[in-house]
Each structure stands twice: as structure tokens, then as C-alpha cells.
Write a protein that binds this ligand. Structure first.
Ligand SMILES: NC(=O)C1=CN([C@@H]2O[C@H](COP(=O)(O)OP(=O)(O)OC[C@H]3O[C@@H](n4cnc5c(N)ncnc54)[C@H](OP(=O)(O)O)[C@@H]3O)[C@@H](O)[C@H]2O)C=CC1
Ligand SMILES: O=C(O)[C@@H]1CCC=N1
Length: 270
């Protein structure tokens, strides 16, 4: 993998899934660094992965790729600390929701390549969806390096940066919507008198089966749904209720709200 050293700056949930994913893919631990705010977190990362946890200035000096995975609200303070010290030519990869690459470029030396990546938590099982965009100074080589780092964690796609807030609303937050649906369906199973464990097993396997069919059949979701929906049968009775309760409209409004929140995070971070 080209001999690069990657520092995960602010190794919380997303930073950790990047560290663990890179290690699973064979990235040598000697070419990984992490930073954390709390000493207890630093110790946890060392114990769990054997990764060297250093302070931010050391990470900036030693690594040639800086993967920033702090909360958007903490990014300005971090860049106030490290921004001026980042030597020219180091690649900065931002995992932060909402923040444009221009936010980073305003706080980094002129010409610093920045790549924006929106990944998601299924990276933990190598099933992430990571969308990758180039900032003003990032070249095809920088994008390729980011892809090399994220493709072992799941699928990757290149998108124009202008689409990243929408991507965040869809795939970045997406796992949460599916978990909410699963949770609600398990509750429905309880309502219908099933033991919780049975309801859980039925719905989790149904979710996996449906997801694999969506991915592998190449069929449009409408076709797959129609195949389940028998005339005057059970499914259409449920679908009438879902439509009556505005589930489709709720989805449109929810994702629009997530997209708007990404924009707000950027405005507030500045
Ligand atoms: N969770 C998700 O599903 C997704 C999150 N993201 C993005 O990833 C980023 C991280 O999110 P998430 O992992 O959930 O958040 P976490 O709070 O788990 O992780 C952020 C980490 O950054 C550390 N930190 C903050 N400031 C500094 C600093 N100055 N120096 C060193 N470490 C610092 C925090 O330390 P401490 O714990 O001590 O506060 C924390 O461990 C966000 O920008 C989010 O938008 C993107 C896609 C999906
Ligand atoms: O909720 C959030 O802000 C982050 C970004 C995408 C998923 N989680």
C-alpha cells in the first residue's frame, strides 16, 4: 500500500473503525498512528490494536496522511492547533459530516490536498459505503490513495463534493434508519404475540435476505416488493397502512432534514 503512514486524528467511533479496518486489510500497525483527547481513550486504542497513540503535533510530523475524524464542532479548534504545522504536500482526509474541503483549506497551508470521505458504521463488518470527493488541490493520485484505504472497508464511490451533504443524509446516517425500522418491526412482533428473541431473529434475517437480494438480483426495489405483494393478500394490507401513515413522505422529509443539518454543522463550525 505504497508505504504511507496514516494518522487517525481524533480516534473515536469512526476513527476506530478506520484503524481496525486498515489493520484487518493488512495495513502494518507500524504505519498507523492515532490521536485522542482523553488518556483513557489513548490507552484503550493501544490495548485493543497495539497502535501508537501520539499527540497531534507528532502525528502531523510523522504521518503523510492525516485522517481527521473529530466531530465537526471540534474541527476548527483542532485546525487552529495543527493547521499551521501541517507541512506542504501531506494529504488530509476529512471524515467530518458537513464540513466542505474549503473549510480545511482555509486553515491549512496553501495548496494542501484535502479529500472528503463520508463513510458509515458497517465498515466494522467490511460493508461500508464510502463516498469520496476531491478538494481544490487533491489530484487523481490522492483520490486513488483514499480509495485504497477505504475499499477494504466496503464499497467506494466518487462523487462531486457538492453532493456530499446529500450522501451524508443517505448513506452516512442510513444505518440508523434501518436500525430504527428493525427496532419498530421487532416491537410489532411483540404486539402480535411473538417472543422478543423470535421476532428479532425473524426480522434480522429478513433484513439480511432483503439486502442481499437488493444488491445481487439487480432488480429495482419496486419489482422486488411487487413479488411479495399478492392480490388481496397480507402485504398490501400492511402497505396501505404504511402509506396512510405517510412513511414515504416521512422518509423524504427526514433525509431533507439530515441534509439541512449537515449544512448547519458547516455554518456553525466556521
Ligand atoms: N458516527 C457515524 O456513523 C459517522 C460519523 N461521521 C463523522 O465522523 C466524525 C467522528 O464521529 P464519531 O466517531 O461518531 O465521534 P466520536 O465523538 O466518537 O469521535 C471523535 C473523537 O475525536 C476526539 N477529539 C476531539 N477533539 C480532538 C482533538 N483536538 N485532538 C484529538 N482528539 C480529539 C474525541 O475525543 P474525546 O472522546 O476525548 O472527546 C473523540 O474520541 C464526525 O465528524 C462525524 O460527522 C461520519 C460518518 C458516519
Ligand atoms: O449523525 C451524524 O452527524 C454522523 C454523520 C453521519 C452519521 N453520523
Amino acid at each position: 500500500m505504497g508505504g504511507h503512514t496514516v494518522a487517525v486524528i481524533g480516534a473515536g467511533k469512526i476513527g476506530e473503525l478506520m484503524l481496525s479496518g486498515l489493520l484487518r486489510s493488512g495495513w502494518p500497525v507500524e504505519r498507523l498512528l492515532a490521536t485522542a483527547r482523553r488518556p483513557a481513550r489513548a490507552q484503550e486504542l493501544t490495548d485493543r490494536y497495539g497502535v501508537r497513540v501520539v499527540d497531534n503535533p507528532t502525528a502531523v510530523e510523522e504521518a503523510d496522511v492525516l485522517a481527521v475524524s473529530v466531530k465537526p464542532q471540534d474541527a476548527a479548534a483542532l485546525l487552529d492547533e495543527i493547521g499551521p504545522k501541517v507541512p506542504a504536500g501531506k494529504l488530509v482526509i476529512s471524515l467530518c459530516a458537513g464540513l466542505p474541503t474549503a473549510f480545511f483549506n482555509r486553515r491549512l497551508p496553501e495548496g494542501t490536498p484535502v479529500v472528503r470521505v463520508m463513510t458509515n458504521t458497517p465498515a466494522l463488518v467490511d460493508e461500508a459505503m464510502s463516498a469520496i470527493s476531491a478538494g481544490a488541490y487533491a489530484t487523481g493520485e490522492h483520490l486513488a490513495l483514499a480509495e485504497e484505504m477505504f475499499s477494504p472497508l466496503g464499497a467506494t464511490v466518487r462523487v462531486p463534493e457538492s453532493q456530499q451533504d446529500a450522501v451524508t443524509a443517505l448513506s452516512g446516517s442510513g444505518p440508523a434508519y434501518f436500525y430504527l425500522l428493525v427496532e419498530a418491526m421487532i416491537d410489532a412482533g411483540i404486539l402480535l404475540g411473538l417472543p422478543r428473541q423470535v421476532a428479532h431473529e425473524l426480522i434480522v434475517q429478513t433484513a439480511i435476505g432483503s439486502a442481499v437480494m437488493l444488491r445481487d438480483s439487480g432488480e429495482h426495489p419496486v419489482k422486488l416488493r411487487e413479488a411479495v405483494t399478492s392480490p388481496a393478500g397480507t402485504t398490501i394490507s400492511a402497505i396501505r397502512e404504511l402509506e396512510n401513515h405517510g412513511v414515504r413522505a416521512a422518509m423524504l422529509a427526514a433525509l431533507e432534514a439530515a441534509r439541512d443539518r449537515a449544512r448547519e454543522l458547516a455554518a456553525q463550525a466556521d
